[in-house]
Design a protein. Structure first.
Length: 326
């Protein structure tokens, strides 16, 4: 387990995501807030008052939260680039499927680049949305590089990670994720989020460091793909090698350049977890009636790993963000 903490995080302040994001999502067919499900057995195990799971297993007809960011970013990007275009992205799975689904809804072609560590089932799901799929025999970072090279002229890159010179669309995606947190109507003491490139964690920090509630925030990532924790500990952006992990949606080697400064300022804690712990968390959430894949259940694994380092009491309310279905 690797660990990072920032005692000054809860005092940091920023500005909120645009208010019109929630209104856009509410206007979509099939929109409804996802459940915030209490799990008393986990509260008892962890010695806290309440554990609530934000269950993103069904979001806008897809099995993950990613449509919130991708669809808002597509909406904003098409405002700036009207006309016939192709939507392009790289993905570990759910983001690419969300981009492909929205492209089909809008009558646009899409092209999705996927690293070869992604499962055949995830690739088939993206193809089922009508996307052209290119499997890259390398890492997620390599797939992002290929997508960026392909996206020229009338091909629009809808990527959920930022780098110097590519930051507008990724910020739209982070803004889109704000709806997830705006739906939460309780005052938590701790919110636990998974981290791939850091974008959903950036959205959490932005939300909770711009309003009246300032809970502690814990980010969780795989031990084999700890780009955010490694960068936070180093005080600068560090690319890490990646291999295989059951937490496929978090298997990223380079943090978003937009996310990292926000996380350095406003994220209280970061922890890494092993595959076995994520799989145990999947089983325990399933037993509680919650469908969660390893990337979503990583938040429970991270809470367990960090429990003795967190300032929680028998009255504390903890929210786990479960980002995907099993």
């Amino acid at each position: 387990m690797r660990w990072y903490d920032n005692p000054a995080a809860r005092a940091w302040r920023t500005t909120p995501a645009p208010a019109e994001v929630l209104a856009f999502h509410q206007s979509l067919p099939g929109y409804r807030p996802t459940p915030l499900t209490p799990v008393p057995s986990l509260a008892a195990e962890l010695g806290v008052g309440r554990v609530l799971v934000k269950d993103e297993s069904q979001r806008l007809g897809l099995p993950a939260f990613k449509a919130l960011g991708a669809w808002w970013a597509i909406h904003r990007t098409l405002q700036d680039h009207p006309g016939p275009v192709e939507l392009v992205t790289a993905t570990d799975g759910n983001h690419g499927r969300a981009v492909a689904r929205r492209a089909a809804m809008l009558g646009l072609p899409s092209h999705v680049f996927i690293p070869d560590v992604v499962s055949d089932a995830a690739i088939d799901a993206i193809r089922s949305e009508g996307a052209t799929v290119t499997v890259v025999p390398d890492s997620y970072d390599a797939a992002v590089a290929e997508a960026a090279s392909y996206a020229v002229d009338d091909r629009l890159l809808i990527q959920d990670s930022a780098w110097p010179g590519y930051e507008v669309v990724p910020q739209h995606i982070v803004d889109g994720y704000s709806t997830l947190f705006r739906e939460i109507d309780v005052q938590p003491d701790l919110v636990v989020v998974p981290m791939g490139v850091g974008s959903i964690a950036q959205a959490a920090v932005t939300h909770y460091r711009s309003g009246s509630s300032a809970p502690a925030l814990l980010g969780v990532e795989p031990a084999t793909a700890s780009c955010v924790t490694t960068s936070l500990l180093a005080g600068e952006l560090v690319t890490v090698p990646t291999g295989k992990t059951v937490m496929a949606g978090l298997n990223c080697g380079t943090a978003s350049t937009l996310a990292l400064p926000v996380l350095r300022s406003g994220l209280d804690y970061s922890v890494t977890v092993e595959d076995d712990d994520a799989l145990r968390a999947v089983d325990d959430l399933h037993a509680a009636g919650i469908s969660s894949g390893p990337s979503g259940a990583a938040t429970l694994a991270g809470l367990r790993a960090a429990r003795n380092r967190l300032h929680l009491t028998p009255n504390s309310t903890v929210i786990l963000i479960s980002t995907e279905a099993a």
